[in-house]
Design a protein around this ligand. Structure first.
Ligand SMILES: [Zn+2]
Length: 86
């Protein structure tokens, strides 16, 4: 099982500000504006296997170019996990 990738602190900070991780438009889904989310999805789709798409996604998250799924929701959740294992 692959470990859940963690975005770099700069990306988290930027997501908190509400801006897209790439440009200065508003970040809507997973830290990206519509234009950049579409660009990401197009690139991801070029990888032929599910495994390669997942690896690509992981690299992009670790590079701070997109956030993991559900991440923004957790950022805004006042009861969010404090890091302890459940
Ligand atoms: Zn953008």
């Amino acid at each position: 099982m692959r470990q859940q990738p963690t975005p770099p602190p700069e990306a988290i900070e930027r997501a908190r500000s509400g801006a897209c991780l790439i440009c200065d438009d508003a970040g809507k889904v997973r830290g990206l504006c519509d234009k950049h989310r579409q660009a990401y999805r197009r690139r991801r789709a070029k990888h032929r296997t599910k495994k390669r798409r997942a690896a690509y996604e992981q690299r992009q998250i670790e590079a701070g170019r997109i956030l993991p799924k559900q991440y923004v929701r957790k950022l805004n959740d006042p009861f969010a996990d404090d890091g302890a294992e459940l």
